[in-house]
Design a protein around this ligand. Sequence first.
Ligand code: SF4
Length: 245
Amino acid sequence: MSVTGRIHSIETCGTVDGPGIRFVIFMQGCPLRCKYCHNPDTWKLGDGQEKTVDELISEIKKYKSYMKFSGGGVTVTGGEPLLQGKFIKELFKRCKEEGIHTAVDTSGYLFNDTTKEVLDYTDLVLLDIKCYDSKRYKHITGVELEPTLKFMDYLGKLNKPVWIRYVLVPGLSDNEDYVKNLSIYLSKFSNIEKIEILPFHKMGEFKWKELGYDYELSDTKEPTKEDVIKAMSIIKEHNMNVVTS
Ligand code: SF4
């Protein structure tokens, strides 16, 4: 019987979550509560729509030529896709049978045996490290930083290709020491292909209001171009490839 997963939504021709044109699956459920989350409607595991791996694979196959032509593939994001690790494992296994590139966009918080099995079928990990300071990480996300660092260490041992994502939020994660210490930590890994600085935005604020959640960052400004350049230059000083969106 085909394994089922709870899906929030699908973007058939995504271009920002991994290389090339991608079939992006937004999974339902997330154990984090990031203050700047722009997808709070993915938080509850029970919401969304139930789909089988078979159903998704037959959808994905319709876009195979776009993926092949562009060097793209399938990305699972969310929410936290590894909350439904068994489903992702089956999905990626089938993708690999079809010769499709696979990427998982994750916080790295759920580092367990199922996650390790998912990695057997994963070509690229997009790892969101919300902050390198453990106290501030907990303040931003509501959970501990340690599992994410253990996950990163494991990816290093596997030599798995990784893109790091860092959301730059004024007053929350833009402290120069945070960026510097993260750069020092990451510079010891040779499997990190790039670091993406994602400037904070408030496009998801309306969802918080619709869901009746209290959005704390209403008065927080988006980072300036100079703020982003500053963070990028700190990372570059540690000889890492850094880009912004
Ligand atoms: S990990 Fe992603 S989906 Fe989960 S709360 Fe944070 S930003 Fe939102």
